[in-house]
Ligand binder design. Structure first.
Ligand SMILES: Nc1ncnc2c1ncn2[C@@H]1O[C@H](COP(=O)(O)OP(=O)(O)OP(=O)(O)O)[C@@H](O)[C@H]1O
Ligand SMILES: [Mg+2]
Length: 360
């Protein structure tokens, strides 16, 4: 995938983009490249500016500062129609008085046999062949959203823009439809941007994730990169579950605040206050005393099906409480419950140290 190498000319180049609503700053100086064929996800908490950024890209909203270029041409002044991007929002927004066929055909220029064939092809593509004669009210939410997707894809847009397209659907339909959309996107090779506040959705679907917070971009990277190497405490805590231990780095070792023992030896890290981050699945738990480990006790046990989440108190680390995810099979071997003494070890290769005290 060329875009991962960053060598191709971007399809869209967003430069110095800002947006204010009155005195409220919704976006602050966003710089972002969108590459041909990629699936990009804007991920962040409510109000961070995801929809605003997407609406500016569609042309439905005008930026207060900065430019958007497509293939080197500034498109900032173009209307949504002039840009010709495919758009799909959370609400299905189908015309209730038109049939499915008419709804999809609405996205096409022209009528006749060619249009009919194209509508049939699109409905087939979204997995709904033969429902062209139905009205939106006769369809489930997931089906309506797929029809809306077919309509957005009808004119073969260069760019598909999706704003929380799955969030109105129930969990099962949502997971099914996200696989379908991803599959379709891959087959068509259509450049797609999807807004979501659901980190699991972003991790599962996107080639690259743009993590946003308070109108700024915190980090851009592949799901693996965002998950394994979060650039900030915000990203670390927003994407997946993360244990964060505040403490101090001295002499190459990290010591949680109030701890009697150092956690691990880390090479090449800056001295001073820092936050040690470790994923729950990277906390190794055993019942046999381990020279590399530290004693802990099980505070609580939460059964979550495929794995169990333990909350562990570590007296030698100042009484810090860590979450540890233990796979079902290992949990059976451990045979432990609340109050049990255990040993934990952290693999230095799985630790991430973020400088500062986390207030930034
Ligand atoms: N038309 C508007 N007028 C005034 N303020 C607005 C307008 N649209 C958005 N905002 C404000 O801009 C900020 C960003 O809004 P935006 O809708 O982009 O957030 P979001 O990340 O999409 O959130 P959500 O996940 O809740 O959809 C919010 O504080 C919002 O209140
Ligand atoms: Mg939004």
């Amino acid at each position: 995938m060329d875009f991962l190498l960053g060598q191709t000319e971007p399809l869209l180049a967003i430069r110095g983009l800002g947006k204010t609503f009155g005195r409220h700053v919704a976006l602050k100086t966003i710089d972002l490249d969108v590459h041909e064929g990629e699936f990009l996800s804007f991920l962040g908490p409510s109000g961070c500016g995801k929809s605003t950024l997407l609406r500016i890209i569609t042309g439905l909203e005008r930026q207060s500062a900065g430019t958007i270029s497509q293939g080197g041409r500034d498109i900032s002044a173009l209307s949504p129609v002039g840009r010709g991007f495919g758009i799909l929002f959370q609400s299905y927004a189908l015309f209730p008085n038109l049939t499915v066929r008419q709804n999809v055909a609405y996205g096409l220029n022209g009528a006749g046999q060619e249009a009919d064939a194209r509508v049939a092809e699109l409905l087939e593509m979204v997995g709904l062949p033969g429902i062209g004669g139905k009205f939106p009210s006769q369809l489930s939410g997931g089906q309506q959203q797929r029809v809306a997707l077919a309509r957005a894809l009808a004119p073969s847009p260069k760019l598909l823009l999706l704003d929380e397209p799955l969030s109105a659907l129930d969990a099962k339909v949502r997971v099914h439809l996200r696989e379908q959309i991803k599959d379709l996107q891959r087959r068509l090779g259509i450049t797609t941007i999807m807004v979501t506040h659901d980190q699991e959705e972003a991790l599962a679907m996107a080639d690259r994730i743009v993590v946003m917070n308070h109108g700024t971009v915190e980090q851009v990277g592949t799901p693996g990169c965002i998950y394994r190497h979060p650039a900030s405490l915000f990203v670390a805590s927003f994407v997946g579950k993360m244990n964060v231990l505040p403490g101090q780095v001295t002499g190459g070792a990290f010591r949680p605040h109030g701890a009697a023992a150092a956690v691990a030896l880390l090479q090449g890290v800056r001295e001073g206050t820092a936050q040690l981050c470790v994923r729950p699945e990277d906390v190794e738990v055993s019942v046999a005393a381990d020279v590399a480990g530290v004693a802990a006790s099980v505070e609580s046990v939460e059964f979550l099906g495929a794995f169990t989440r333990l909350r562990l108190v570590v007296p030698a680390w100042g009484g810090v409480v860590l979450s540890a995810d233990v796979a079902a099979r290992q949990m059976r071997d451990l045979a432990i419950g609340p109050g049990a003494p255990v040993w934990i070890a952290l693999d230095p290769a799985r630790l991430q140290l973020l400088p500062g005290d986390g207030d930034a």
